[in-house]
Design a protein around this ligand. Structure first.
Ligand code: DX5
Ligand code: ZN
Length: 265
């Protein structure tokens, strides 16, 4: 079981992730961590209440700055360290996700997020992931239109909107992603209202305490936070508390109430 802090199963298709104290799930990106200390960083994150880990895989080819981060071996070690109760996703910034997606499933991730710009046969990749019992997520670059993902929405467990150009942590948030995010929110809400899948909506890049409430209001349910959580300014618990305080229990509640009412029908 993959439970969130309120004991709900993160793997279900129910959109009832909102009834906890904070409606937005915060998941750390580890790119700004000290990789020699990753085990301790994971322990610290879990002790702070984190129950979803976001793992950024870059293959030295796909991102513009040609960075290499890590691959399945490290992910497997992280899975073993955090245990089965934590939800783990991998954000594949690689040229050949259609060839090597299964290595990440074998490493123990719950959700594979692939870049639509790098995949030829999106329905086949989604079907392959689902056939292995793994959730399927699609992500798009700031310059890519929502239309690249919308035709596949009914089969996707998650859509990730990039609010920086992928490649490294610590970049500035692109507020101009608002229109695209709201477009996905509205399409997902319509899908749920007509009895379809409760595709989750996630954002990644430049999220910190100062803009967390802003993206919650856009309809984001899961926010990746890298440099805002893992930094020299405070512990993960302190940084998370600051973000949760900025979010407040009431932020985005009107939208959440609407979606909860769909879920409870
Ligand atoms: C960007 C990655 C991120 C990112 C998040 O290429 O996908 O997950 O590093 O880090 P911050 O929050 O520092 O932008
Ligand atoms: Zn990422």
């Amino acid at each position: 079981m993959h439970l969130n802090s309120t004991g709900q199963d993160l793997r279900t298709e129910s959109p009832s992730l909102y009834s906890g104290a904070y409606q937005v799930i915060i998941t750390p990106s580890i790119l700004t961590a000290n990789f020699c200390e990753l085990g301790k960083t994971m322990d610290e994150a879990l002790a702070a209440g984190i129950n979803w880990i976001h793992l950024d895989v870059m293959d030295g080819n796909w991102v513009v700055n040609r960075t290499i981060t890590f691959g399945p071996a490290l992910i497997k070690s992280i899975r073993e360290r955090v245990g089965p109760a934590v939800f783990v996703d991998c954000h594949l910034m690689v040229t050949n996700a259609e060839e090597n997606w299964e290595q990440y499933v074998d490493a123990g991730v719950d959700l594979v997020i692939f870049h639509v710009e790098a995949v030829n046969d999106i329905p086949a990749l989604i079907a392959n992931l689902h056939s292995r019992g793994c959730q399927a997520g699609a992500v798009l670059n700031p310059a890519t239109d929502a239309s690249s993902i919308l035709p596949h929405l009914a089969d996707l467990d998650l859509v990730l909107v990039m609010s920086v150009v992928p490649g490294k942590g610590g970049q500035s948030f692109m507020a101009e992603m608002e229109g695209k995010t709201r477009e996905f929110r509205s399409a997902i809400d319509s899908q749920i209202a007509s009895g379809g899948r409760a595709t989750k909506l996630m954002i990644d890049g430049g999220i910190k305490a100062h803009n967390a409430a802003q993206v919650a209001e856009w309809g984001i349910e899961v926010a990746v936070v890298g440099s805002g959580l893992i930094n020299d300014k405070g512990t993960i618990a302190e940084n998370l508390a600051e973000i949760q305080e900025a979010l407040g229990p009431e932020k985005g509640s009107r939208r959440m109430d609407e979606r909860e009412s769909h879920a409870n029908r």
